[in-house]
Design a binder for this molecule. Sequence first.
Ligand code: SF4
Ligand code: SF4
Length: 453
Amino acid sequence: MADRQTRTPALQARTPAQELLDALGPVERFHDTEEVGAFGLPSGRVTEDMLAGGDETTAATRFGPLQKIHVFWFAGMSCDGCSVAVTGATSPSVESMLLGAHPGLPRVVLHHPVLNMESGPHYVRAAEQAMAGTLNAPYAVVLEGSISDELAAYATGGYWSGQGEEPWGPDGEMRPVTASEWIARLAPNAAAMIAIGTCATWGGIPSAEGNPTGAMSLMDWLGKDYRSTFGVPVVNVPGCPPIGDNFTETVAAILYFLQGFGPLPEFDELGRPAWLFGETVHRHCVRGAYYEEGTFAQEFGDPECLVEVGCWGPVVNCNITSRGMINHVGGCMNAGGPCIGCTMPGFPDKFTPFYKRPPGSFASTTVSRMVGSVIRPLRKFSNNHLNREVRWDRQGATPSGFGREKAEPSALAEINHKFYDMLRRSGDRGKAKADVWGKRDEAPSGGSPNPRI
Ligand code: SF4
Ligand code: SF4
């Protein structure tokens, strides 16, 4: 174990996934289908049949070469939060993809340990067929949670994270199969390998300092040379949990590519969808203007910018401030939470302690405070003026009963506003000749009083 952890990447001839398979050896048999029998529901059918809406001859004609694609969902070192997040997706929703509601997309046959009706050997049957090459369609693999170093666990007689049993022990004995092993065996023939959530994309919380599992990301597990059968490297949709729509939208874009209906979507150098992770949290934050004006929350519940109570948004790639969490609603800053960098490869160790001011923010907040101390009063001055009708300016009074205690603008303020209005109108040549703002002296001779008609 010590050797494995101290080996430098340059000397790593084999990926961690290959090392595990070297240690375990090939598999020679699967569950005996005769012995296992038919699926136990009264219908005797499996989820795939129930969602198909008929057999292949009666099902609606689909465009493109792929009628359907199997998606195997594995959970490694996971809290299942990514599954919960994805079930909340709306653009597109999981249900619509399962039912084949999107023109041009193959129907998705999902094998999910929480959502499927099958269990035990019936549940792993399709994964066995994928390994044996007898599945009737291509497949993609989704990993939620990080990969654990199962060789370290085997050394103590246990395992970290398993999914089902197979007769792969000595003399065909049943033994638990870890998520790490399933991934290592299925990856070479997968059409796409997709990591969902920060644990699967970068290791996440299970790979934090002090964790004994040797947790790592899907990319770390498969190595930088990994390519799917369609030539696609590992795709990463980070977040803790990720925004459900980020995941389903990325999957839909990849499926269109596999179908031949579009190019491979643009991914950044870390395999993130570039159109989703190209901006920082701060650039679209609803509290961004508070930062610009130099006003900051001092405790949770304050409406201003959260940087001084621990927000890392200015240096974090995440689109929750423009997309919201579910159906364009919610999201960290909208709900009062500072950004702790949960989408980032450096999370969590490079962001701790949470809810403490990032030291690097001192310089920019000091500048914001200085600029804001000048800008804020000027904006307030204009804002007061713009909150008045022109009529009230002429009459010198505001007729609102609510505002009767409010002082009318002073003569000095009015002179300032008049000067500002002259400045504002000086560049508008079309209206410069009007006696009264917005009204012309006379209609053009022989024409309509409205010169635009
Ligand atoms: S709350 Fe965070 S992301 Fe929003 S403006 Fe402040 S520092 Fe930027
Ligand atoms: S704003 Fe920060 S904490 Fe919130 S989801 Fe995005 S990266 Fe995570």
